[in-house]
Structure formats: C-alpha cells, structure tokens
Design a binder for this molecule. Structure first.
Ligand code: DP6
Length: 361
C-alpha cells in the first residue's frame, strides 16, 4: 500500500516528466468487455516520432472545495485545457481501486504532442500512457520502488484503464495486448512486447507514413464504436478472426514475409471499417480521399511490385506501411501521387525503439 504520508503538506511535493509514443494496430482491438477488457487480442506497432510529453505536479490537496472528487488542472501547449478533465476523471475513477491516494492530492498536468493537435492522430494512447507513467513514478517515489519490468507492467495496466490502445504504447517495437494461447505471458490486463528474437529485421524498422486526410474530432468516437460491437451480428466471427490473425501475424513476423504482413494489415483495416458500416446504427468514417488513396496504393503495387501497404485507424487517415528498403521509391510516389489527396499533410514515422521514457524536468 502506498505511504501517502511521505509528502509534506503545503509543498509542491513531486514533479515528474514522461514521454510516451503513439501506436498503430495491425490486428485491431474493436469491441470490449466490462472493465476495459478486450473482446480479442490486438497487435500494434509503436511509433517513433508521434509522442506525448507530460509533466505532472502532485501536491497535497487542501481541505477546501471537495465538490469534485479529484483536483485536476490540465494545460496543453501552455494553455489551459479544461476539455481534457472529464476523460482524466474517468481514468482516475477506473484506477482509484488501485490508487486510493488520488483524492488526497492536487494534480497539475502540462502536456504537449509532437504531432499537430488537430491532425486526427489519436493522442489518447500516448497521452494516457504518459500520464499513467507519471502516476506510477509518483507511487514509486512514495513506496518501495518496483523493478523495471513491474513498473512498465503497472503503467500498461493503468494506461489500459484509461484507453485500451494506450496499454500497448508503453513498450517499443511490436506489442501484444490480450490473452493469446501461444504467448504465455500475454494478458487482457496489460500489454507485453513481442520478443525481438521473434521479429524478423524487416519489421523492426518498418516505415509508417500517416496521411492526414481528416482533422478535428471524429463523428463517432472509438469508445462509442466499441459499444456498437455489443450485439453486432458479425461480432463473434470478427473476434474469432482477430484471434486467428494474431497467431498468423506472429508467424509472419518471424518469417519476415512482408507480402503476407501487408495482406493481413489491409484486411484487418477494411474489416474494422466493415464493422462500423454494418453496426446499428451504421456509420462511415472514410472520406472520398481515403478511398482514392487505397485505390492508388493498390494500383501502384500492381504496376511496380513495390511492397507498399496500408492500414487505417478508426478515422479517415491512412497509415502507409513499407520496409526501409522501399523508402526511396515510396517517398517519391507519396510526394507525386498521394500528397495532393491530403493537401500535403503527412507525418513520416517508423516502428519505434522507445516506449515510455522519463524526461528531464
Ligand atoms: C481502431 O483504445 O481508442 O484504434 O479503450 O475506448 O479508449 P478505448 O478505445 P481505443 O480504441 C482503439 C481502436 C482502434 C484499434 C486499436 O488501436 O487496436
């Protein structure tokens, strides 16, 4: 149990700063059970360049204004951002059984993203990952420190309770969240990195160029989308398929089969959107430019045999996946054929070598 008496009253007691990467799923988490547990396992690539940087200041909370359960202040890029408070309150509610001290402290967050705020890139995975790391670091300062492995596991456990996909952002490389029979260490409660020895070098520095087709908030949030998988007529088949895809992907990653990887990534992406289009109520997050990009990618691959593939998140943006060896021709194709479809708005990223990381204050 955390010794909350370790921080003297009336002093800004603890400051810590952590950065956390974003991630893009290859096998998608889509549908959840009570308690932020996934309906199926998922596998993602942790990104290198897209990160959130959060400084957390924790100080003992005075006896005043206990009208709100928690005292939270958020600043984004130096500006007050009260719009994030409800999401953080929900996160605190979910981790409170494991972190009973939350009501006794005041929390001030200063956060910024390395990617444009309006880019449509999910900042919840990197944002909640960074905040979870700050909190576990605070706990570590107040009680017997956890080992590095247990520290990261606890961060992933907390991050999952904030946003499922955030559980995977804690680790670098290629990451699995959800119980999977062939990985004994896997769990629905936290993510685990796939061992580097199980990943062919071609995937360790895979490129991901994100074409930013839509900016601003999506018309249907991921959380609402997950809820629509309850009672969805195709849900049981989809969950079984995802489980099968995780096993198949592990084999593909070991073999270094980029073609099979691309085929699986594209099928997963279109299946995710098919689930949205066949939900009740049904909806579409594609934009015309999304479809134009997918068709251009297929045409390019057919004509050149260059291994360029795509995946999608729950939005209109397209993630272009390609090996480092194809970077020169793919970048040229993107610049000439795809850039006009996204008004030149894109982020060149790659599979990252860093998960959550402590930063200097
Ligand atoms: C399509 O993790 O954003 O990106 O747990 O409700 O916060 P919550 O949902 P979230 O869902 C991500 C869905 C996805 C697929 C994936 O990342 O696996």
């Amino acid at each position: 149990m955390l010794d909350i008496a370790c921080l003297p009253a009336g002093k800004p007691a603890y400051r810590t700063r952590w950065t956390c990467p974003s991630n893009i799923a290859i096998v998608k988490y889509w549908g959840k059970r009570e308690g932020q547990l996934p309906a199926n396992p998922s596998v993602s690539l942790t990104l290198e360049a897209c990160r959130t940087d959060t400084t957390l200041e924790v100080s003992p909370r005075g006896g005043e204004e206990k009208d709100r359960p928690y005292r939270i202040e958020v600043h984004l890029d130096g500006q007050p951002a009260p719009g994030f408070i409800p999401k953080i309150e929900q996160f605190f509610d979910r981790i409170a059984p494991y972190a009973p001290y939350l009501r006794d402290y005041a929390f001030v967050l200063h956060t910024s993203n390395s990617f444009p705020h309006s880019s449509g890139i999910a900042s919840s995975a990197s944002g909640l990952g960074a905040l979870a790391a700050c909190l576990v670091d605070f706990e570590n300062a107040c009680s017997a420190p956890l080992t590095q492995d247990n520290f990261l596991r606890r961060v992933s456990f907390y991050a999952r309770l904030g946003s499922g996909s955030a559980s995977r952002s804690i680790y670098p490389g290629i990451v699995l969240w959800g119980e999977c029979s062939s990985v004994p260490a896997s769990s629905d409660l936290y993510a685990v990195p796939l061992p580097e020895a199980d990943i062919h070098p071609v995937f360790r520095d895979l490129r991901d160029t994100v074409l930013l087709i839509e900016h601003g908030a999506k018309s249907v949030s991921s959380t609402a989308g997950h809820a629509l998988m309850k009672g969805h007529p195709y849900a049981p088949a989809r969950f079984a398929q995802a489980r099968e895809h995780v096993e198949r992907l592990r084999e593909i990653l070991r073999r270094g089969d980029i073609e099979a990887f691309g085929a699986l990534a594209e099928r997963e992406a279109l299946t995710l959107h098919a689930m949205m289009m066949t939900a009740d109520p049904c909806y579409i997050l594609f934009k015309p430019a999304t479809i134009a990009v997918l068709e251009a990618v297929w045409q390019y691959r057919k004509e050149t045999l260059v291994p360029l593939y795509f995946t999608l998140d729950a939005g209109a943006n397209v993630h272009l996946l390609y090996p480092a060896s194809a970077e020169v021709p793919v970048r040229e194709f993107i610049a000439t054929a795809l850039s006009p479809l996204c008004q030149g708005r894109m982020i060149h990223d790659r599979v990252g070598t860093q998960g959550v990381r402590k930063a200097a204050l």
